[in-house]
Design a protein around this ligand. Structure first.
Ligand code: PAF
Length: 295
């Protein structure tokens, strides 16, 4: 797999480093370090992660790396937006100290034979739809954690299952880092911010609003129990499947936030209502927290 040549970054702004040696050098006296791992194409959601990172640390490092290991053979690795110049400017505006933008060869100098597996909680939902995705994510995140050595790493709650498997990796492998989950940022119309939103044309974007509508409808039914939550969300998605352009659901699930196992009918407590759907050629995911009361 080859990576398109990255754009050059502006001379001002955060320190832009590309190699592990340079990273080690610039972080020698960094104090408390927070890492925000990203694949670039930075948007308002990433800005909110950077601000949260700043509240936890003296030095904020943003990594920008489109990780080939987490893309399937028919996914959008080749066309994923690569905007390092703009990303560096966004990081400068947010007062980020270091942008770590390694090449594929720096991250994977030889065939990656040892990988990190997410186990059973990585086999469902995103893991079922995108085989190998969580292996790619956990492998690159553990590499980034080793290279940067942060005290804190910040991940968005929009990728709720990713956040859960990263937390589990940190616990199960005794990694010395605190994982902080950042709230999902939404555009005024309710669409969760995502680097992939740039793929949507006007009509697709209008149809895509069904995802957040479905999640809100599900959450509004929480008082009636898990089955009612799922049914209310499904009803919105069924209507959206008839829209033009249609929303083609991949999954809708109400799960335990720590294990990502489906919650049973009588469940009370915190849950995550998660959805994935395709609109045109774009696959979108979203989720909300749902508090299910005792009944
Ligand atoms: O969420 C992302 O952008 C990516 O999955 C991550 C965590 C940066 C790993 O490549």
């Amino acid at each position: 797999m080859t990576e398109p040549t990255p754009q050059t970054a502006p001379a001002d702004g955060p320190l832009l480093v590309h190699t592990a040696d340079d990273l080690r050098r610039v972080l020698a006296d960094a104090g408390r370090v927070a890492l925000v791992p990203t694949m670039g194409a930075l948007h308002e959601g990433h800005r909110s992660l950077m601000r949260l990172a700043r509240a936890h640390a003296d030095t904020v490092v943003v990594s920008v790396f489109v990780n080939p290991l987490q893309f399937g053979p028919h996914e959008d690795f080749g066309r994923y937006p690569r905007t390092l110049g703009t990303d560096a400017r966004v990081c400068a505006q947010e007062g980020v100290d270091v942008v770590f933008a390694p090449s594929v060869d720096t991250m994977y100098p030889s065939e990656q034979m040892v990988t990190v597996q997410a186990g059973p909680m990585g086999e469902r939902l995103e893991g079922a739809s995108r085989p190998g995705f969580f292996t790619g994510v956990l492998t690159v995140v553990s590499k980034l954690l080793h290279l940067v050595g942060p005290d804190v790493a910040v991940f968005g709650r929009k990728d709720a299952q990713q956040l859960a498997v990263v937390r589990r990796m940190v616990t199960d492998l005794n990694l010395p880092v605190e994982i902080v989950g950042a709230p999902t940022l939404r555009d005024p119309d309710g669409l969760a911010t995502s680097s992939r939103n740039v793929y949507l044309d006007e009509g697709e974007r209008a149809s895509a609003l069904a995802l957040s509508r479905a999640l809100n409808a599900g959450r509004a039914a929480a008082g009636h129990g898990p089955d009612a939550v799922r049914a209310a969300a499904r009803a919105v998605l069924a209507e959206a499947a008839e829209a033009a352009p249609p929303v083609e659901p991949d999954y809708l699930a109400l799960v335990d936030p720590a294990t990502f196992a489906d919650v049973p009918a009588g469940y009370a407590g915190e849950a995550v209502l998660a959805v994935a759907a395709r609109v045109g050629a774009t696959r979108l995911i979203d989720n909300v927290s749902v508090r299910l009361p005792h009944r």
